[in-house]
Design a binder for this molecule. Structure first.
Ligand SMILES: [Zn+2]
Length: 351
């Protein structure tokens, strides 16, 4: 199915119509679930009829690596209390939209937490319909013994059009920033100079994920588009074994969608990792194509998965709303996603 470029809905959070594709999933489910209950693995008649056909959507997704025996090692665990505290601290900066003082403070906060790590910047100026903005992707690299890279992305900017609404993006921007900081804590375990046993893992705090006015191909994912182009030129794109985006992953009522705009084998691997932790009931009850930071990479044939919960409050009412605050979130949800993706990395390492 082609992207529904005309679907647009106004949300009650304001007069802003910044939503279309992201909301398409919600719309779809509202209608589709009336007649079809999607099963846990996401195979449903809704998938076959109304939703995307993932294979035709993927321009050049490489074949999955060879399957290996099921993982029997110990399940990895993040420190969810620490990740939740970090989400709280990030949110406490207030609105962190591109070009703001709070955004700069948050950049320093992230960099402070990455002292001693291998850190790179991808900074540039974005020319947008609301003027020019400094954009800065922050990349932390954790080298591995295997040839290839696993990339984890999460955006740290908050919604520009909501800058004067009191919007602080606890889940949308806060949780993604914090889970990546926690992954850094986990990945640096081996100590300075010691390679991890597996693929290199690169964490990317992306900037300018949010539209400055209204979500379109050119008004969205500014940082990710820049980075994908850069990585295509320098050959990095070809080395990426898997790229996973973390977005809105701390909702206390956790419901990660199967974003069909992704590599089916990677989506399945994440589900298998969730099953190992007994977390599968939080994955893939809903499905549909969602636009996010992975799209510029997906369009270049990188195997992608967007790990996103776009069912945030009744009818997604807290999304892009000043009600996106800490009281809606839970450390348990960070743990469920955090552990699942760490396990996914582990399973990828074994391939
Ligand atoms: Zn958002």
């Amino acid at each position: 199915m082609k992207r529904p470029t005309t679907t647009r809905i106004c949300f009650p959070c304001g007069s802003l119509c910044t939503v279309w594709l992201k909301v398409f999933l919600m719309l779809l489910l509202t209608f589709a679930l009336g007649s079809t209950i999607a099963c846990a693995k996401g195979i449903s008649s809704a998938d076959a009829t109304a939703v995307a056909a993932p294979k035709s959507e993927s321009p050049a997704t490489p074949a999955p690596p060879e399957a290996v025996a099921p993982d029997s090692g110990p399940l990895p665990h993040i420190d969810s209390k620490r990740a939740f505290q970090s989400t709280r601290e990030v949110t406490a900066f207030g609105p962190r939209y591109m070009g703001s003082e709070n955004h700069k403070r948050l950049e320093h906060y992230i960099l402070d937490h990455l002292k001693g790590d291998q850190v790179e910047d991808d900074a540039f100026t974005a020319d947008t319909v609301e003027g020019k903005f400094p954009v800065r992707n922050i990349i932390a690299k954790f080298p591995g013994t295997k040839d290839g890279i696993i990339v984890i992305l999460g955006h740290y900017d908050t919604v520009y059009p909501l800058r004067n609404s009191g919007f602080v993006g606890a889940n949308d921007g806060g949780s993604s920033t914090a889970i990546l900081l926690e992954y850094a804590n986990q990945l640096r375990g081996g100590g300075a100079g010691k390679k991890r046993d597996g693929y290199s893992v690169w964490l990317v705090w992306t900037d300018g994920e949010e539209a400055v006015r209204q979500w379109t191909d050119t008004d969205s994912v500014y940082g990710a588009r820049h980075l994908a182009e850069k990585w295509e030129k320098d050959g990095t794109v070809k080395k990426i074994k898997a790229l996973m985006v973390m977005d809105m992953i701390a909702d206390a009522d956790l419901d990660i969608a199967r974003n069909t705009k992704g590599a089916p084998w990677l989506l399945d691997l994440i589900h298998a990792a969730a099953e190992r932790g007994g977390y599968q009931s939080h994955f893939y009850a809903q499905q549909g194509p969602i636009e996010d930071d992975h799209v510029p990479f997906f369009n270049r044939g990188v195997p992608c998965a967007d790990v996103i919960d776009l069912d945030y409050g009744y009818n997604n009412v807290f999304w892009h709303s000043p009600q996106d605050t800490m009281d809606k979130l839970s450390p348990k949800s960070l743990e469920i996603v955090g552990d699942t993706i760490l396990e996914t990395i582990h399973m990828l390492d074994q391939r």
